[in-house]
Design a protein around this ligand. Sequence first.
Ligand code: ZN
Length: 186
Amino acid sequence: MFMANSQGFSCPDCGQVDMVQKVSALVEGGTVAGIYSSTAGSHISGITLSTKASQLAPPSKPTYKGPWGFFSVVFVGLGIFWGGIFLIAMLAVLVTDRYGDAIHRLVAIATYGIFAAFCLGITFLIFRWKRNTALARQSRYKDANSQWVRSMDKWNQLYYCARNDVVFLPNKAGACVPASQMLRLL
Ligand SMILES: [Zn+2]
């Protein structure tokens, strides 16, 4: 018996074991050549074999992408910078007597204050938006990742029969589908 099917699982389609191979072993290569050159060398060429390997590739691991990019960091940096400048300018008017007359003082304080509030307000809104985006993405990533772990667990139990071009989960009734529909079993 081939190492790749050491437990001797038979194909649910043809009932035989001779062309059955563990999918993970087939995809990782190595044992593939031995099997096909000894039993089906003319059946599947190297090229179709690598096509088959990519068709039977494991589900790709989900990745987490944070919401902060170059532009949002620069934008927030500018917002904090200019917000700070206007805030300091406003405080400077408050604590000095740079504007002797009260109306001018009031107008300067209000103007600087509005600019500061505008810059810092936008910065705050961006922070909140990015934080909410990050939380939503983290939760989606967590779900996708646990789904992926379950899929990988099943994928690691999959077998392939080259005669019928099917994949199956051993000892599971009905768990046999064409190789092109492998994902239905995961
Ligand atoms: Zn078969």
